[in-house]
Design a protein around this ligand. Structure first.
Ligand SMILES: [Fe+2]
Ligand SMILES: [Fe+2]
Length: 215
């Protein structure tokens, strides 16, 4: 059933603020899938391994905060209701990722990044810009982001302590979802971004990864 309700500007501002707070404070809208690996027993990890897993999961959590912000920004700027709806669907799956990473960080006795509001703000502006450029560029930006995330997750899957099955299963499911988001964006008409934009995106994500590992 299509949502026919008309939202006033004030409604939209309130809904937007709600989305921001949910993403930054860790209560995103999700698609209610159970956390992968939840049936696995807590692995026995050394202190070093636990810290290492937590650092990787903090990075992934921050990445998901960025994903929320990108989708919020793009959704706001996009002109096509069809794309808005598609983005909403993917955003709920990103909400699952955010919730799973947060849960895993708690289980590992660690905290989410203190810089998340900064990452949110930066990504929101990027999403808004991409959306403002038009749907094919917005989708192109999305497809490229997801492609880079899939590669990044692959490296994290290899770097996790072997015993940490719980984190492993979460990252595996995330990788599958991100790859699906990429395919959907391409199917919906994503433009291929210029190489320099791809490189710039990669450099920016490296800055986030390097910092978030520690704070
Ligand atoms: Fe995600
Ligand atoms: Fe995604």
């Amino acid at each position: 059933v299509k949502n026919q309700r008309h939202y006033s500007v004030m409604d939209q501002i309130c809904l937007g603020m709600d989305q921001v707070l949910r993403a930054v404070c860790g209560h995103p809208q999700t698609s209610h899938r159970p956390c992968p690996g939840k049936e696995e027993a807590e692995p026995v990890l050394t202190r070093e391994q636990q810290k290492h897993s937590a650092a990787l999961m903090r990075i992934n959590h921050a990445g998901e905060v960025c994903a929320q912000a990108l989708y919020h920004g793009q959704g706001l700027a996009s002109r096509s209701p069809w794309i808005k709806e598609k983005m909403q669907q993917a955003m709920h799956e990103e909400g699952d990722h955010l919730a799973w990473c947060q849960l895993r960080l708690q289980q590992l006795g660690s905290h989410t990044s203190y810089l998340n509001p900064v990452w949110y703000a930066g990504s929101f502006v990027m999403g808004l810009t991409a959306g403002w450029l038009g749907d094919k560029w917005s989708l192109g930006f999305l497809a490229e982001t997801e492609a880079q995330v899939v590669k990044h997750l692959q490296s994290h899957l290899q770097r996790l302590p072997v015993a940490d099955n719980k984190s492993y299963k979460i990252l595996m499911q995330m990788q599958e979802d991100e790859s699906h988001h990429q395919e959907e964006a391409i199917k919906a008409g994503a433009a291929v971004l210029p190489e320099w934009v791809k490189k710039l995106m990669h450099v920016m994500s490296r800055v986030m990864v390097m910092t978030t590992r520690w704070v």
